[in-house]
Design a protein. Structure first.
Length: 343
């Protein structure tokens, strides 16, 4: 079987027959098949059982003509072997029972390698085998700032008060924490690539809460270190964040083969600001998938027009697929991307 490699070609800014499309959180609660598994297993059980994680990874690829699969995991998985007590609470999300608030807490964290996360690597090996070369497989990890925000806040946050308090009041502890997280993430992504991931994505989901000067001082050096640590691998690296309209140039400076863009920035503006030497991924608002199909078509067509005919564009959402998204609308969006972008 000849692999559909549109996605990898677009990452390398090579011409493709049409624009490749995949979706963040494409394996999730909007799919009946996924809900059937989650009815019997917690999210951590699925993540830590390679056979289940590989099965879930393939569900959307079996259902839709997507151009890439992404391994089913969670960005917070590396925190447990570092010494963090993590729990996923219904209707609340992740809860950290021993948050990091000072230098002593930072020093207590273990800078682990990827060995305690071998179940993710085994899931990648199983998924690659099950995909039989149909489409590429993407691995991923959370970026240091986003992981740090969960560690310090103890869960999700609106204002990131405790996170910024540590940045401003204890910069030495902050940079030590970011160095540890960057080391763990680099090792983890390398292990995923060695296990068979053909591309990786770094999720900095909450970094958009920072002003550009704070990003440059407190985040950029650590993210740059991750991408430098991945040099020499053949896997393209996607650098993604949300709320990053003011950070795009800094994210490019930090690194990545592809820069992910959310829906708050028009794609033509993003491409102009980022320049022709990096690929771009995005950027449909996930809520648009709840709209009528004619509205989805209008929005898809606009993004494709803004992205232009040049190579180096991957269609995606500006963040993950939401629960209760109509399955038929996901199908329609994928079909529309391929149809409207035929070269």
């Amino acid at each position: 079987m000849i692999m559909n490699d549109r996605f990898l070609k677009a990452c390398r800014r090579e011409p493709t027959d049409c624009v490749p499309v995949w979706f963040m959180r494409q394996a999730g609660r909007y799919m009946e098949e996924y809900r059937a598994i989650r009815a019997k297993h917690s999210i951590l059980e699925v993540c830590k059982t390679p056979e289940l994680a590989a099965q879930v990874t393939l569900q959307p690829v079996d259902r839709f003509p997507l151009d890439a699969a992404i391994i089913f995991a969670d960005i917070l998985l590396p925190l447990e072997p570092m010494g963090i007590r993590l729990e996923f609470v219904a209707d609340e999300g992740p809860v950290i029972h021993n948050p990091v608030r000072n230098r002593a807490d930072v020093d207590a964290l273990k800078a682990v390698d990827a060995e305690p996360l071998r179940f993710v690597c085994e899931a990648i090996r199983l998924a690659r085998r099950a995909l039989e070369g149909r489409v590429p497989l993407i691995g991923f990890a959370g970026a240091p700032f986003t992981l740090a925000s969960y560690l310090i806040e103890g869960g999700s946050s609106r204002h990131y008060l405790e996170t910024k308090r540590m940045m401003y009041h204890a910069p030495d502890a902050w940079h030590r924490l970011m160095e540890k997280l960057a080391r763990v993430v680099t090792s983890y992504l390398k292990a995923q690539i060695e296990a068979g991931a053909q591309a990786v994505q770094l999720f900095d989901s909450w970094v958009g809460c920072l002003a550009p000067e704070d990003y440059r001082e407190y985040v950029l050096p650590h993210v740059k270190g991750i991408f430098e640590g991945l040099q020499g691998t053949d896997a393209p690296c996607i650098h993604f964040g949300t709320g990053t309209a003011t950070l795009l140039e800094l994210m490019k400076e930090a690194g990545g083969t592809v820069i992910g863009v959310d829906w708050r920035v028009p794609m033509d503006e993003a491409r102009r600001r980022l320049g022709p030497d990096v690929a771009v991924q995005g950027n449909l608002d996930p809520v648009v998938l709840f709209a009528p199909v004619h509205e989805i078509e209008r929005r898809v067509e606009r993004i494709l027009r803004q992205a232009g005919p040049g190579p180096g564009f991957i269609f995606n959402l500006g963040h993950g697929i939401l629960p209760n998204t109509p399955v038929e609308n996901v199908q329609a969006a994928v079909d529309l991307v391929h149809k409207l972008s035929q070269r």
